[in-house]
Ligand binder design. Structure first.
Ligand code: SF4
Length: 454
């Protein structure tokens, strides 16, 4: 999963149902917004039963690590962190050490053998497993699903959160040849629509104005639930919650990006004019070996249709360069596609094999220097495209949701997810502000508040 950078997050400070018990929890998170959201949920649960957060693991009465395995480097970091905690665990054997996230599979023997000092491994969609080491959570039995997933961006100004991530579907039914997620997160499991809507209602009553629905394949939402409903229905239901000003979703699969979803986005007040649709490669033969199950034409058609239906929509995509067997001609197909379509944001990655996936059995035959060259080539292309596209925004006015302040300047995002820094003397954290753009760069815009806030 990709998209905007993850900001440091803390759980929403709602009053606990139980008084403080003098115990502290420490949570360490790596990976995508799904993990951030899951960690926030764990934090909310622990706070509900009287625990308080500590930023220092030495002071903790329970330590939770939320892991990621999408890249080898992330998995190595988790292993390093776990190993570094072995000493603390020897000093405080009564302190539960918990591992969750994508590293935790249903077969846990290998993990147990590798990290014998970990007390509990639990699947992130199975929160009630935490009761094994925090028995107080049993008191929340009926309410676990109802706890808010939301949390507050920590900003220098002391933060009041307006943005929330809401996981709506776990797992993935695709089997892209390079991806470890299906092996770690299992098959798709959608959360009931009513539960999600109730959660959003609670968030809004706590001050949230922007909701991002999350899933590894978010637009597969509902396929596994009884009844004939899907993401379009959920978008309508969340949009109907009074107080939701902005609605987004991540990450979509092109195959499931139906015209119905696009039409629904176009017709909803809160749905943001932003489409995040990973293409991964511009060559059909590479896409076939990636097992992506669509062609370049299908992806392009979905983008064209979105642009037709939503004026001014911005587009983000993901690309992997140097996939096994990718020839220079095939890479140039990707280059040509990006040049033609002109995305507003491209998340670029160099291919690296993940043990356990299909493509890891194939020769990783594009040399590192060549992967690097292709990466840089696309970076330069994207810089040129963004310079032109952002240049056209000069003098325009955009609604910005203010997320924080750095170096004396407010920053936030447009509905199209473009980062904007701007000057304004008012207290604006969490406000929607109209900002007139006075300078552009390829990566962000600079402007000034026009006086209109909501
Ligand atoms: S759609 Fe493909 S890349 Fe995305 S999570 Fe599923 S298997 Fe991985």
């Amino acid at each position: 999963m990709s998209s905007r950078p993850v900001i440091a997050l803390t759980p929403h400070q709602s009053p606990s149902r139980l008084p403080p018990n003098g115990k502290h929890f420490f949570i360490w998170t790596i990976g995508c917004q799904m993990n951030e959201a899951d960690s926030a949920k764990v934090a909310a649960m622990l706070q509900e039963v009287g625990y308080q957060r500590t930023e220092n693991e030495q002071d903790a009465d329970i330590v939770v690590l939320n892991s990621c395995v999408v890249r080898q480097a992330a998995e190595d970091k988790v292993a390093g962190k776990l190993n570094s905690l072995a000493r603390l665990k020897r000093q405080k054997p009564e302190m539960p050490l918990v591992l969750t996230g994508c590293m935790v599979t249903r077969q846990q023997e290998a993990l147990r053998a590798r990290f014998p000092h970990v007390d509990l491994f639990f699947d992130p969609s199975d929160f009630d497993k935490l009761e094994a080491v925090v028995p107080e959570l049993a008191e929340l039995e009926d309410d676990l699903a109802a706890l808010p997933h939301y949390y507050q961006p920590e900003t220098s100004a002391g933060a009041s959160s307006v943005s929330a991530f809401v996981p709506i579907i776990y797992g993935c039914n695709f089997l892209c040849s390079y991806c470890i997620v299906p092996y770690r997160r299992g098959k798709e499991r959608s959360r009931p629509m009513e539960e999600i809507v109730r959660e959003v209602e609670r968030m809004v009553s706590g001050g949230v104005r922007e909701v991002t629905l999350l899933g590894q394949t978010v637009n597969a939402y509902g396929h596994d639930l009884p009844g004939q409903f899907g993401l379009a229905d959920l978008l309508r239901a969340v949009d109907a919650v009074a107080g939701v000003e902005r609605l987004r979703f991540l990450t979509s699969h092109p195959k499931y990006m139906s015209h119905e979803i696009i039409d629904t986005m176009a017709g909803l007040r809160s749905a943001c004019e932003h489409m995040n649709l990973p293409v991964q490669a511009g060559d059909n033969e590479v896409l076939r070996r990636m097992r992506r199950t669509y062609t370049r034409d299908l992806w392009q058609e979905r983008i064209a249709y979105t642009r037709e239906r939503m004026e001014g929509v911005t587009v983000a995509t993901d690309i992997i360069v140097g996939f096994p067997g990718e020839t220079d001609e095939q890479f140039m197909q990707t280059h040509e596609l990006l040049d033609e379509v002109g995305c507003d944001k491209v998340h670029l990655a160099m291919y690296s094999p993940r043990p356990g996936t299909l493509s890891a059995r194939w020769e990783d035959d594009v040399p590192h220097e060549e992967k690097h060259r292709r990466h840089q080539t696309l970076e330069h292309l994207q810089e040129r495209i963004c310079t032109e596209q952002n240049g056209r925004r000069l003098g325009e006015t955009y609604e910005v949701l203010v997320e924080g302040k750095a170096k004396g300047r407010w920053s936030g995002r447009t509905r199209g997810n473009t980062l904007v820094h701007f000057d304004d003397d008012r207290a604006l954290l969490g406000k929607l502000v109209d900002v007139r753009i006075t300078r552009t760069t390829p990566w962000f815009l600079i402007g000034e508040g026009t006086g209109t806030t909501r």
